[in-house]
Write a protein that binds this ligand. Structure first.
Ligand code: OAD
Length: 241
């Protein structure tokens, strides 16, 4: 008889609060990115068509900042959780709204970046997708079709469809618990994932500095810095495996 496998399949949704203690700015807190920049100027396809230089400058600054920041205790804890659940026959499904590479640098291997990645670009002329570790400009040629200015940041802008939605919806249907880390719950479809988890009746834990907009949808909440709350929670899970 095969042994019963009790290791859980845990769905984690993360947001900017996960990387805040690494020094990456959040969007909606005091001094957040959307206080100093208008979304319509830098994070829409229309903005890129109107002023590609401004949009590139915004994302070049974010991309360059990646060289100056390091994963924090919360990223490292999630990497330990992924490895621990894998070894026990469970799984971590980590869907992040973050476009930084701190989860990967902490050792996670399967993070799903639903809002894209700063370290990637794609060509608006031929759709070629590639690693973009350097700054982009309105004259940068596509490495495949050579169109000058073809490449744009591989970031999901407002009005565009987030990545991997089919896979994410399927994972939500199979998860044993749902955990949200460092997200305000202001942006859909991510903000609606907790409702899907609630409809299935699985436990739903919020780990955030303050109650999120969707806090009433959760069955449990702990409020404080991710760098403290996430390692504590991960150690509890690993101890139960
Ligand atoms: P927000 O800036 O909206 O929310 C960040 C959340 O993290 C807030 O609820 C903070 O209270 C919390 N927070 C801040 N510091 C924290 C810390 N040290 N520990 C724990 N929590 C902390 O960021 P997101 O919810 O990620 O989309 O925003 C979602 C999307 O909106 C982003 O992916 C981006 C943005 O517009 C696109 O650009 C497409």
């Amino acid at each position: 008889m095969p042994e019963t496998n009790n290791a859980p399949r845990i769905f984690v949704l993360s947001g900017a609060g996960l990387s805040a203690e690494s020094g990456v700015k959040t969007f909606r807190d005091n001094d957040g990115l959307w206080e100093t920049h208008r979304v319509e100027d830098v994070a829409t396809p229309e903005a890129f068509a109107r002023d590609p230089q401004l949009v590139h400058r915004f994302y070049n600054a974010r991309r360059n900042q990646l060289h100056t920041v390091q994963p924090n205790a919360a990223h490292h804890a999630l990497a330990r959780l992924e490895a621990g659940l894998d070894a026990a026959g469970g799984a971590l499904v980590h869907v992040t709204q973050n476009v930084d590479d701190l989860c990967e640098r902490a050792g996670e291997t399967r993070t799903i970046h639903m809002h894209g990645e700063l370290t990637r670009a794609f060509c608006t002329a031929c759709d070629h997708r590639f690693a973009a570790l350097q700054s982009l400009s309105p004259t940068t040629p596509c490495p495949a079709c050579r169109t000058p200015g073809g490449p744009r940041p591989d970031i999901v802008w407002f009005g565009e469809m987030p990545y991997a939605m089919e896979r994410i919806e399927a994972e939500l249907m199979h998860a044993d618990r749902f955990v949200s880390i460092g997200t305000s719950g202001a942006v859909y479809p991510a903000a609606g994932f907790v409702s899907a988890a609630k409809a299935r009746g699985i436990p739903r834990l919020e780990l955030n500095m303050e109650p999120s907009l969707g806090t009433s949808q959760f069955s449990d909440a702990r409020h404080g810095p991710a760098g403290q709350l996430v390692p504590e929670w991960v150690e509890e899970i690993l101890a139960q495996l």
